[in-house]
Design a binder for this molecule. Structure first.
Ligand SMILES: C[S@@+](CC[C@H](N)C(=O)[O-])C[C@H]1O[C@@H](n2cnc3c(N)ncnc32)[C@H](O)[C@@H]1O
Ligand code: SF4
Ligand code: SF4
Ligand code: SF4
Length: 395
């Protein structure tokens, strides 16, 4: 630690070694904050690395698990003018690496999606597309290859047709046909990108099929099988959860060879944590993410990108209010990212400065908790977040 002594006027100088080590420009501005008596200097840097764009909230499926059963938001596409504001903002975010087109809707329902991807690719950013796979037609897939999309994530919530259909209400064979065609075209073009990942939401009713999913991932040459637990938006979904407050048996793990160009790599299953733990780490904040909703409103993560009801780890019903930190139609992404509120919020999340509601004696009756607030005054509260526990996961 460097010892800093204010001069007679109370000015303090930050040692040059600090700027060198952190590679900051000496002109960098800071927000000065206080927490528990400590002074915090929070740099104002446009260092966002991941941008999630919700191009639509509409969908062609009606999955049992979906948040769409728990909200009253409109079914709407992002306006071209809103997307243009995002594009206009990109040059001010020099550390941006990846744009993820997915959220709480089906991105391919927005007819402008491929044009949007093309515009993002002109900025030389990696693109991930998360989809239910229904609209992965030959034309769409050929465009994804032409645009050199980096990764396509397809949701498959069952290894057996009946189970998949029960959750998703459509035929597994249709999705497999689409993914197989994706692989044929990839072979024909002799390219390695986009890589394929499968996302699986593990529940009581489909956990026995994790083995089938491993086989399917191998057959489909998927490089990742990302397993998440279910975030219970309804009481029925609560009965489906496999995780809990106390220790649970881990899910089955495994791997498979993946052909990629002349190399053979190892495909991996990424499993979620099974029970509540002391470590709380937010992937959205750690990976410096921004989430832009269909209407241009900016949130720090998926969990705060809509208003909805869900059931916490101990079954307490919670009402989450959408947390909006700005709107791209009014401000640039960099301005929103470096704003006082967003900077302070990220700092609170990095040190996880929230109470531990699931351990509190008042957990079942506390109105603050029910409204997703906390008694430490930092609101909204991340105290109950299942993403921060790595119980609910995103690719
Ligand atoms: C909301 S969807 C949006 C993208 C696209 N429509 C799809 O289904 O892949 C994103 C991911 O969330 C998963 N998901 C849906 N409901 C969930 C829940 N209750 N808990 C955890 N993940 C869920 C989906 O299976 C999908 O992999
Ligand atoms: S396909 Fe995705 S967005 Fe649509 S209902 Fe299913 S989980 Fe929700
Ligand atoms: S917000 Fe309520 S439940 Fe959470 S720790 Fe404080 S008093 Fe307990
Ligand atoms: S901890 Fe959870 S609620 Fe908080 S920012 Fe991260 S994902 Fe969002």
């Amino acid at each position: 630690m460097a010892k800093i002594k204010p001069d007679a006027k109370g000015h303090i100088e930050i040692p040059p070694s600090f700027y060198q080590r952190r590679r900051f420009d000496p002109q960098t501005e800071f927000w000065l904050d206080e927490r528990e008596g400590d002074l915090l200097l929070l740099p104002r840097l446009p260092d966002a690395r991941k941008l999630y764009i919700e191009v639509t909230t509409s969908c062609n499926l009606n999955c049992q698990t979906c948040i769409r059963h728990s909200w009253s938001d409109p079914n709407a596409h992002m306006k071209p003018s809103t997307f243009q504001h995002i594009l206009d903002s990109l040059d001010d975010l020099p550390s941006l690496e990846r744009v993820i087109f997915t959220s709480f809707g089906e991105p391919l329902m927005n007819r402008n999606l491929l044009k949007m991807i093309e515009e993002i690719r002109k900025h030389d950013l990696a693109v991930t597309l998360g989809t239910n796979g229904v609209l992965l037609t030959e034309d769409v897939v050929r465009e994804l290859f032409r645009l050199r999309v980096d990764q396509v994530v397809v949701s498959i919530d069952g290894g057996k047709p009946e189970t998949y259909e029960d959750v998703r209400g459509t035929q597994l064979s249709l999705i497999l046909e689409n993914v197989n065609r994706f692989n044929q075209i990839k072979k024909e073009l002799g390219v390695v990108k986009p890589t394929l990942a499968i996302e699986f939401v593990a529940m009581q009713s489909n956990q026995g099929e994790l083995n089938d999913l491993l086989e399917l991932a191998s057959e489909l040459n998927a490089s990742r099988l990302v397993v998440s637990h279910v975030l219970p938006y309804t009481k029925e979904m609560e009965a489906e959860k496999l995780y809990g407050y106390g220790p649970r048996e881990p899910l089955k793990t495994g791997g498979w060879p993946v052909k990629s160009d002349v190399w053979v790599r190892w495909g991996l299953i990424e499993l979620p944590r099974m029970f509540w733990g002391a470590e709380r780490r937010c992937k959205f904040v750690q990976e410096k993410s921004i989430v832009v909703g269909w209407d241009g409103n900016v949130s720090p993560c998926y969990a705060f990108s809509h208003s909805y009801k869900y059931y916490a780890i101990d079954g307490v019903e919670k009402n989450v209010e959408r947390y909006i930190l700005g709107n791209v139609n009014e401000q640039s992404l960099a301005e929103i990212w470096m704003s006082e509120e967003f900077t302070r919020f990220r700092s609170s999340v990095r040190s996880f400065h929230f109470p531990s509601c699931p351990d509190c004696d008042l957990r079942e009756t506390c109105d603050l908790r029910k409204n997703n607030e906390g008694c430490w005054g930092h609101n909204p509260s991340c105290a109950d977040c299942l993403w921060a526990q790595d119980i609910v996961r995103c690719p």
